[in-house]
Design a protein around this ligand. Structure first.
Ligand SMILES: Cc1cc2nc3c(=O)[nH]c(=O)nc-3n(C[C@H](O)[C@H](O)[C@H](O)COP(=O)(O)OP(=O)(O)OC[C@H]3O[C@@H](n4cnc5c(N)ncnc54)[C@H](O)[C@@H]3O)c2cc1C
Length: 515
């Protein structure tokens, strides 16, 4: 009997439970003669499969800004872990892993519901617990703990419910003011400005700023004045992508303060009217805020350092080799945000902490767990297993939703925007959810094809620059797919696109960002 224990319901684990390591798919593969022969092994058919994760739902981050914007229901972006596991023949334990001893091959778990501590032995362990929020200063955490309106992007499952409660409470308070005011016109002019401050300069923070702006519109009858400000420590960047983003931020009235850091949070003094928080900035100014959203990046879970005997990288992530295997414990794998490759790919910040890498690691992880299980079942040492190597892609499609049915995308050093980009994002995100959950609760957009003339590269560039509100994206997806495989075509499209970007935004050819 080989016991496989997965810790954390991250992207990679949910995918392999549903697909490669689901009992159903393994049976099908076995019947068709695939599966590297390991399905035939009687011992392996008795594999014990256990997932331990601390929440009954696994929230898909790609759709979270859409949930915050109000385009999706929370449930549409949440994978029901119990139901996925039940259908795939996995046992699930909803509990928090607090320690790992690779020398004893034991995971220490706290089951909050039953208030018990458990020790769970494993033969093969895989860790996919994501990351924690990186905080600019401890005062933000203290503020959140004291009940101030401060929310972090991790745990991601708590983000939208917090935002929803905040807006509902504000809308209710303003509605009461309106009732007390003599006339509606008077109340509108007296309507207080609600200050929302998003801290962070990465794509997640940008997307959240757009999403919060959109969400505020839903409360417009009660709240007329919502000011979203984005505090970003980075210097202004002259690239096609960022020029487009700046343009869209300005168009939506989002104030973007660049090259300034949020230093600390100041709680309101007792008796301060309006009870606003103050975000103290590196230029010495104090920004009043009713809500502070911290999108300041990822940090390793602190307990990995204090409560495990695993080798970690300089940032505290589980150090793995190219087989996704812990460098200090060959029966332990780690994937997604919680692992680090050291200098393996040149720079220890590569690959970046993004769900897309966790998803791409899933297939290699599934293969390697299967091979290691076969190796252990045959009575061999873990190091004898023949494992696959993972190579992260350098170039990936970056998509930033603008919250209102439009999005900005970037790939091959090009930036593009429009409704089709949002529909493409919707298609990719909901396809992923469908793969994992098996249910199709999202309506598929229709596939409209636009006639065009000119050379293939010119036609492709034209299609990429369309801002139409129609829901077609399939032709543009075809362009991106061809660019992936046809270098000459890719270069031609880049030249044409950059020429038109220069005409539109005054950006020099070659200065477009490479995503
Ligand atoms: C607003 C926002 C938008 C984003 N958009 C994108 C995007 O569009 N594309 C993209 O690629 N990336 C995006 N990211 C980044 C992305 O969220 C992370 O990189 C991604 O979630 C990491 O996935 P993962 O598989 O490593 O783990 P996660 O998806 O974070 O899952 C970790 C799981 O482990 C569980 N867990 C944690 N600790 C424990 C424990 N001690 N015991 C048991 N279980 C535990 C958690 O409950 C969770 O289920 C976004 C991030 C944010 C904040």
């Amino acid at each position: 009997m080989v016991r496989v224990v997965l810790v954390g319901g991250g992207h990679a684990h949910m995918m392999i439970i549903r697909r490669e390591l689901s009992r159903v798919s393994r049976y099908r593969l076995w019947k068709r003669g695939y599966g590297r022969g390991w399905e035939n092994d009687a011992k392996l058919r008795e594999l014990e499969l256990l997932l331990i994760t601390n929440r009954p739902e696994s929230v898909y981050s790609g759709m979270t800004p859409g949930v915050v914007a109000g385009r999706y229901e929370y449930e549409e972006a949440a994978v029901d872990v119990r139901s996925v596991c039940a259908r795939a023949g996995w046992t699930v334990l909803i509990a928090s892993v607090q320690a790992i001893s690779s020398s004893e091959r034991i995971v220490r778990v706290y089951d909050k519901q039953k208030d018990v501590h458990l020790e769970i032995p494993y033969d093969i362990l895989s860790i996919n617990i994501g990351s924690e929020a990186k905080l600019p200063h401890a005062s933000f955490l203290l503020g959140a703990q004291a009940g101030a309106a401060v929310v972090m992007t991790r745990p991601i499952a708590e983000l939208e419910p917090f935002v929803r409660r905040f807006f509902e409470a504000q809308a209710q308070a303003q509605a009461q003011v309106q009732v007390q005011t003599e006339s509606l016109a008077a109340s509108a002019s007296e309507n207080q400005t609600i200050n929302v401050c998003v801290v962070g300069g990465g794509m997640a923070a940008l997307e959240l700023a757009f999403a919060l702006r959109q969400r505020a519109c839903q409360y417009a009858p009660q709240m007329h004045n919502v000011l979203v400000q984005l505090i970003d420590a980075k210097m202004p960047e002259k690239s096609a992508l960022y020029t487009m983003i700046e343009h869209e931020l300005a168009a939506r009235g989002i104030e973007h303060r660049r090259n300034v850091r949020a230093e600390r949070l100041q709680l309101p003094h007792a008796g301060t009217p309006d009870q606003q928080l103050s975000v103290i900035l590196s230029d010495g100014s104090a920004l009043p805020a009713h809500l502070v959203v911290l999108g300041t990046g990822a940090a390793a879970a602190a307990w990995l350092k204090t409560n495990t005997d695993l080798a970690l990288d300089a940032q505290g992530y589980v150090l793995v080799n190219q087989k996704l295997q812990s460098v200090s414990a060959p029966a332990v794998f780690a994937v997604g945000d919680c692992c680090g490759f050291g200098q393996l790919f040149g720079d220890d910040s590569f690959p970046p902490k993004a769900g897309v890498f966790s998803v791409r690691e899933a297939h290699v992880l599934a293969e390697n767990i299967a091979s290691l299980a076969a190796c252990l079942a045959a009575g061999n040492a873990p190091l004898a297993a023949d494992l696959k190597e993972y190579t992260p892609q350098r170039e990936f499609l970056q998509l930033v939703s603008l919250g209102d049915g439009h999005a900005i995308g970037s790939k091959f050093g090009l930036a593009f925007s429009g409704a089709w980009v949002w529909w493409l994002k919707h298609h990719l995100d909901t396809s992923w959810m469908q793969q994992v959950t098996g249910s199709n609760k999202h309506a598929a957009p229709s596939r409209n094809v636009t006639p065009f003339g000119g050379s293939p590269a010119e036609a492709a560039a034209y299609l990429m620059s369309r801002h139409s509100s129609r829901d077609s994206f399939s032709v543009q997806l075809g362009v991106l797919q061809r660019m992936e495989t046809d270098d000459a075509f890719c270069n031609e499209v880049r030249v044409v696109c950059r020429r038109s970007t220069k005409e539109l935004y005054g950006i020099e050819e070659g200065s477009a960002s490479s995503a």
